[in-house]
Design a protein around this ligand. Sequence first.
Ligand SMILES: Cc1cc2nc3c(=O)[nH]c(=O)nc-3n(C[C@H](O)[C@H](O)[C@H](O)COP(=O)(O)O)c2cc1C
Ligand SMILES: [Mn+2]
Length: 486
Amino acid sequence: MPAWMSGSRGCLSLGRPPTFPLMCRSNTVPVMTADLRSFLDTLERNAPELLVRVDREVDPRWELSSVQRRLQADGDLPVLVFDRVADHAMPVVTNLFSTKQHLALALGTTPERVVERFGEAQANRIAPREVASGPVKDVVLTGDRAGLGILPVLTHCEKDAGPYLTAGMTIARDPDSGALNAGIYRHLVLSSKTLTMNMAPLCHASEIARRAEEKGRHVDAAIVIGHHPALGMASQQRSAEYELETMGGLLGEPVDVVQAETVDVPVPADAEIVIEGRIRTDAWEDDGPFGDYWLYYAPPKPARVFEVTAITHRSDPLYHDIFPVGPEHLVLFSLGMEGVVFSQLKALVPQVVAINVPVSGAGNLVYVQIRKDFEGLGVNTALAALGAYRFKCAVVVDEDVDIYDDASVLWAIMTRTQADRSFFTAPGSYISRVDPTGYPAYPGGPPLLSTRLGIDATRPLDPDFPEVAEPPSALWRGIDPKDYLP
Ligand SMILES: Cc1cc2nc3c(=O)[nH]c(=O)nc-3n(C[C@H](O)[C@H](O)[C@H](O)COP(=O)(O)O)c2cc1C
Ligand SMILES: [Mn+2]
């Protein structure tokens, strides 16, 4: 059993597994902390089937991702800890966010309540607490010693441009206002000291970099790798507030932060690894091809360059990776949308019961469940859902349809719609710069437009519409198969 699994870092000896790993923050006082290790311990105790350790040595180029892809094809999505990665000392943790169940376990709630908890955390933010030091400073590397070669950065897809950091959470300081922002942006390793910073044009981080560029300044930043899953979740919030405050809201306690060594940014004290540096506002490099969450290669495009000034890490760090062409990217990415879309939709259409952004839709599809009380509400709701976010398709269903089950939604579409009446389209809309079927607005223009689709798959309020056929509901729902099967 590696040291991190035991939960004891040599500060205390324990006769039984601790509730949380115990850290020595100062010389003598043990502190209970929510971090990556405490989450792995939680999994081991509460859902051991969701944590699998791989002892066999794997190659960071394609082999680790192939194991993950194989398991994914088999519908097997536990958190994976690869203890031995060729030519590297650090274990790799992946699949942290691969189902809503994982998120629920991290927040101590049920999968159905995760979105609600996310909304509550954004309404009840808790500011980070500054502390003098923390485990992330166990090892401090600056100058020539701060090389990216120590990290087991994975190459995931066959035609990826190279190794990509996919689970790094960048904390950046707006050099103008001093405000802080955090988000996940992928990074291609360019050299032992440089990475790309692939920020979408509309995200906060891009806005900060643009304003810094206007003032002729670079952006101080730190890329955080490996922390409690609440950090990844918080990084997906859509509101303008500082994401570490939302992480505090999710955990119900402030996140401890320490000052970075070489840049003016606070970093989580209990992270596994932090890469400090600057987002250069005078340098661009090509990023891509990269196998992205649409499950296609995104073609090369220019991204800003991040220059490493220091790397700090725990004495026995865990490297965290997110498989970009797997459910974990989509489960996490969807969380940010589900929160805002649900609250906005609910404000417009009080009959909305629940929404789901299913992994099968690559982040472009939303299922909306309503309590239909007047004819036409299905179409109205689909219009509102499409307007609430850049979904390519919205499907509206009744309460008897399971929106967490694609097959149930397909059944509703096939038995409650007619294509010429229940479907509507809106051409010429912007969805994503990576839509491979996007088309230009004018001859020779960039192919950035998509057509949206709304589907009203609710049943008519016609009293003669046939009833769903099944054995007596209370009877079959109450059956325990164990009472009948061997
Ligand atoms: C696994 C993962 C990878 C992501 N990669 C990128 C990326 O490369 N570029 C990007 O702009 N957004 C990416 N995102 C989405 C952003 O992290 C997300 O939109 C975030 O809210 C942006 O924060 P900001 O608006 O504060 O900058 C990714 C999200 C996830 C979950
Ligand atoms: Mn932000």
